[in-house]
Design a protein around this ligand. Structure first.
Ligand SMILES: [Zn+2]
Length: 221
């Protein structure tokens, strides 16, 4: 499925997310919009603090085919605040949630693609530098994660959160504008600039790709 089609689907649903929403029906809508062997959704609760326009946490996973009953799929989990029975979404909150879902799908699609190219090969592990947070550095430093995180920035780029020109000032982008850029800067810019640069190069490349695609689409109209 084309990534643009995914964006269209999610944004169309998001128009009805503003206000007080019944969580199971929100999940049902999402599941109805996608084929289960491509993307499926489920919900959980969390207890931590959150920002008003960022009250839903999205996590996702690409799962290889396990058996005939469990085929290959992308699993997306939406985590809602525990205190509320229904979720209340502001206009910005609904938009943020849509971007988070799209971003997660972009990211997992990339993993799917990576797996197809070399199904049985394991990636080399990243060796954390002395001053790094070991777990975070190992996760973000993994070559597949660098690639997938760079790829997911397309979700924020297409909705106009930032553009390639603005990325020249990548040291200023905050987590609300682009989470991946923020996280790589935080964990690598000073600690291991090679990784930070490698990541940015990939961001430029994947964003150039979508710019040419949208230009082509505009010209053919
Ligand atoms: Zn990943």
């Amino acid at each position: 499925m084309k990534l643009e089609r995914i964006e269209k689907k999610v944004y169309a649903l998001a128009e009805n997310w503003i206000g007080k929403k019944h969580i199971p029906s929100l999940i049902r809508q999402l599941n109805k919009a996608f084929k289960p062997y491509i993307v499926c959704f489920s919900s959980e609760r969390f207890e931590e603090e959150y920002f008003k326009d960022h009250n839903v946490i999205v996590s996702a996973h690409y799962c290889n085919r396990i058996s005939d009953i469990v085929p290959e799929h992308i699993y997306v989990q939406l985590n809602f605040p525990k205190k509320q029975r229904k979720v209340t979404l502001t206009k910005e909150g609904a938009q943020n949630l849509a971007i988070k879902i799209i971003r997660a799908i972009h990211h997992e699609y990339r993993h799917k693609h990576q797996q197809r190219q070399r199904p049985f090969l394991l990636q080399k592990e990243y060796k954390p530098k002395p001053k790094q947070n070991k777990m975070k550095a190992m996760y973000y430093g993994n070559p597949d994660e660098i690639d997938a995180h760079a790829h997911e920035t397309q979700a924020e780029a297409t909705c106009g959160r930032f553009n390639i020109n603005k990325l020249r000032s990548a040291h200023k982008i905050g987590w609300k504008e682009c989470e991946a850029v923020f996280m790589y800067r935080l964990h690598f810019r000073k600690q291991d600039p090679k990784v930070w640069k490698r990541f940015l190069k990939k961001v430029y490349k994947s964003n150039e790709e979508i710019q040419t695609i949208s230009k082509r689409a505009r010209n053919s109209k």
